[in-house]
Design a protein around this ligand. Structure first.
Ligand code: SF4
Length: 429
């Protein structure tokens, strides 16, 4: 669960009667009333809306769901739907808040998605520590089931606590199957061969909430956001003391404006930088905060949408130490299946430890730059592809922090050495 205090600006609607007063389940009933044509109606609406998955990668949802439908048509038989409500990033407030405050909205998204892909059975996959979210969703599920809203769809709730990798698509399916939390080789993709060897659509719960919004009012959805990324995005915004707020902002909103909406001003005096995208995101200096919060502009700046978490780093943050802490966390979370990710992240963390401990040498920077590409280039899944963003952005935007440490001085006077000797390793790669 998130650190620090958090508050959410998402209204709470937790009874069926209240949800129905706010157009609840109308979109689903309209689509299901169309019988066999309902699936195509939902899929067309999602395609026209150019909905991008909110889980971090930004793939087009309709394209993914079309693969599932094509596979169903080719093979015959049903499909599965998995709604990712896991909040892999411990600081993400998205799934916990939506499940707690808007359980019927999430459920309507599940029903629409299941109809679109032809699923007879759905899984809501969530963090087992999210007790309030579970209680709210389970109550909503029972109330909707008793009211006959689910039709023949079977909805299972799976709660797990398997660390950051639990949010990775193929790992998620392994965990649901009762196997070890480890990413799998693709192809075949889950959309082709997933649970029970059947086509399986895996979509984030935020994506499914946006499907409801699209089905209710496609024009309003199209009006917000950018041409490349229409609609809104939930973001978890933290100030430098660890207080978090969940906001819904249109894609393309500058980071500075998001911070302002959360009541935070990040200037050179009050912030050393802003971390964007969660554990695998990077850091931007205050001068870069006009960057639009959208997939491509963030990628150009070296960070990611990732978990949608934005954290202000206080003025005393040393970026060598920040990158070390982030990478240390990632070394613990890597599933260990491929060597570049498993050992590469450890080498990066160890080298950063050496530098921040005041015993680094200039050649360490060459090693870091080498590993910054070696890890993503040799990795099997998105975890490894993104794992070096903290290092890369620290090197890109704060090179003086590294140089000062190589000269024996911490730029903010805050680093406490954690290592007293160097590892003598040559020709690592
Ligand atoms: S990249 Fe990392 S997390 Fe992904 S499969 Fe390889 S070792 Fe596991």
């Amino acid at each position: 669960m998130p650190d620090g205090n958090s508050r959410a600006l998402i209204p709470s609607v937790t009874t069926l009667a209240d949800y129905q007063k706010q157009r609840g389940f109308q979109a689903y009933q309209r689509a299901s009333g169309q019988g066999a044509n309902g699936a195509a109606t939902i899929l067309d609406a999602v395609r026209q809306a150019k909905l991008r998955g909110r889980g971090g990668a930004g793939m087009l949802t309709a394209a993914k769901w079309q693969i599932v439908r094509d596979a169903v048509e080719k093979r015959g038989g049903p499909a599965f739907l998995v709604c990712n409500a896991y909040d892999a990033d411990p600081k993400s407030l998205v799934a916990s808040t939506l499940l707690t405050n808007q359980p019927f909205l999430v459920l309507e998204g599940v029903l629409l998605a299941a109809q679109a892909v032809g699923a007879r059975e759905a899984y809501l996959y969530m963090h087992s520590t999210n007790r309030t979210g579970y209680a709210a969703f389970n109550a909503a599920l029972n109330e909707a089931r008793n009211a006959g809203m689910l039709g023949t769809l079977i909805v299972n709730v799976v709660g797990v606590d398997v660390g950051f990798m639990g949010g990775e698509e193929s790992t998620m399916l392994e965990v649901i199957k009762g196997r070890r939390a480890m990413a799998q080789q693709r192809p075949p993709f889950p959309a082709q061969v997933g649970l029970g060897e059947l086509p399986t659509a895996v979509s984030n719960l935020e994506t499914l909430v946006q499907v409801v919004n699209i089905m209710r009012d496609p024009a309003a959805f199209a009006k917000s956001g950018t041409q490349a990324s229409p609609g809104t995005k939930y973001v978890s915004v933290y100030d430098a003391t660890g207080n978090g707020t969940l906001l819904e902002v249109p894609f393309g909103t500058p980071i500075a404006a998001i911070l302002k909406q959360a009541g935070i001003t990040a200037t050179e005096a009050s912030a050393r930088g802003v971390a964007v995208g969660g554990p695998e995101g990077g850091v931007l200096p205050p001068a870069q905060l006009n960057t639009a919060f959208d997939y491509e502009p963030l990628a150009a700046a070296g960070v990611i949408v990732g978990s949608g978490t934005i954290e202000v780093l206080g003025p005393q943050t040393c970026m060598v130490d920040w990158a070390r802490e982030r990478t240390n966390y990632l070394t613990e979370q890597s599933c260990g299946k491929c060597i570049p990710c498993r050992t590469g992240t450890k080498r990066i963390a160890g080298t950063l430890e050496t530098i921040m401990s005041g015993i680094g040498v200039a050649g360490d920077l060459d090693l870091l730059n080498e590993f910054a590409d070696y890890v993503p280039d040799g990795s099997l899944c998105g975890f490894g592809w993104n794992a070096t963003h903290p290092l890369k952005t620290a090197l890109r935007y704060y090179p003086d922090d590294f140089q000062k440490h190589l000269q024996g001085e911490c730029p903010t006077g805050t680093c406490v050495p954690v290592r007293s000797h160097r590892f003598a390793t040559k020709g690592v790669l």
